[in-house]
Design a protein around this ligand. Structure first.
Ligand code: SAM
Length: 242
């Protein structure tokens, strides 16, 4: 899996992805990242990438030709790549998106465009039709952290990055079917009694079926309490009453 990041802050990468399991997998060559500075495609001596918005208003807008040259160059290098643009106007990232991208055997390459300022000239979106991805309903300074969120979610599902496949099979948004998923059940570790609180008896029983049933019931309970949207989808899919 290869990523090409287009940003005006290349020094922000690999960021968190240079550490822990993602960083180890990066160094082992299980996935790779090339970071390109959008300013390198500017034609003036000040390496300008933005200009004032037509129609007035605060802030600046990233210029279309500079972005087009950066994207064209990346697409020459990775002709089959999926192009993503990080934007609060995009589809809010879900585990189901990660799952779909990771199971698409035809695409191994991703170009991720990180916006800054007020965003990018809309004509870039018209011409290149990137997948527009948001990491949530709030506004960040730029797309770099958002790109790292998308990449981290993908990298941890990449073959060989996590040793134990169960770690992703049983976590939040993976329990149950894709669009009707549950949040994860609670975890406990040693000691069995801490601060007057004991670990649920069933987890100490060694009875795998009972443990599985308890965890599933807990996942349902926490989902019903915290996420009505997920709970209703899950119940609808299973013919359960909410
Ligand atoms: N004016 C834009 C709006 O109101 O939708 C926000 C621009 S934001 C200050 C600058 C850049 O940060 C965006 O172009 C995008 O690349 C990135 N960004 C900000 N929030 C984001 C989010 N929630 N998800 C993904 N990218 C985000």
């Amino acid at each position: 899996m290869r990523f090409c990041i287009l940003t005006i802050y290349p020094e922000m990468f690999p960021g968190v992805l240079g550490h822990a399991l993602a960083g180890a997998a990066l160094r082992e060559g299980r996935w790779s990242m090339e970071v390109r500075n959008i300013r390198d495609y500017a034609l003036d001596k000040h390496r300008t990438v933005d200009d004032t918005p037509y129609g007035g208003g605060a802030g600046m807008v990233m210029k279309p030709q500079v972005l087009a040259d950066a994207i064209d160059d990346a697409q020459r290098w990775m002709p089959e790549a999926r192009l993503m643009f990080m934007t609060p106007r995009g589809h809010v990232l879900q585990q189901a998106h990660i799952h779909a991208w990771m199971h698409d055997d035809h695409v191994q390459d991703y170009i991720i465009l990180c916006g800054r300022f007020e965003g990018i000239d809309e004509r870039i979106i018209d011409v290149y039709q990137p997948i527009e991805v948001s990491i949530g309903d709030y506004v960040l300074f730029g797309g770099e952290v958002a790109a790292q969120v998308v990449m981290e979610a993908m990298v941890r599902h990449h073959r060989g990055v996590l040793g134990n496949q169960q770690t992703t099979d049983e976590e939040s948004f993976a329990l149950g079917a894709e669009n009707a998923c549950l949040l994860e059940y609670p975890h406990y570790t040693k000691p069995p009694l801490w601060n007057g609180r004991s670990v649920p008896e069933v987890l100490l029983s060694g009875h795998h079926q009972h443990i599985h049933a308890w965890r599933w019931a807990q996942a349902e309970r926490v989902t019903e309490l915290r996420r009505k949207d997920l709970w209703e989808a899950y119940c609808a899919q299973r013919g359960k009453t909410t």
